[in-house]
Unconditional design. Structure first.
Length: 97
């Protein structure tokens, strides 16, 4: 068995991306809609646009969300395929035996 395993690496990457309350809030917003534009998020969140951009970048780099440029805006959505993996990995991690 590889230590840490590839699954352990993935869990750590996802957990790191979810380790900030603003990122959790962004995920909640995106889970309740099909997609959202960065400009709309900046109206809802009382943080600087540069800070919001950094949070979106972290979520995107982890694969939890995806962004599509629709100039001059960026549309963000949950990456549904990766969320299926997240759910499975965390379920396996916390499975009681």
């Amino acid at each position: 068995m590889e230590i840490p395993s590839q699954d352990d690496d993935k869990i750590a990457r996802y957990a790191k991306a979810l380790s900030h309350p603003v990122r959790i809030y962004i995920i909640r917003l995106l889970s309740n809609s099909s997609c959202c534009y960065s400009g709309d998020l900046s109206k809802v969140l009382p943080i600087a646009k540069s800070t919001l951009s950094q949070h979106l970048k972290e979520l995107k780099n982890s694969g939890l969300i995806q962004g599509e440029i629709e100039s001059p805006k960026i549309k963000y959505c949950l990456n549904r395929n990766n969320w299926e993996e997240v759910i499975k990995l965390f379920s396996d991690l916390f499975e009681l035996k």
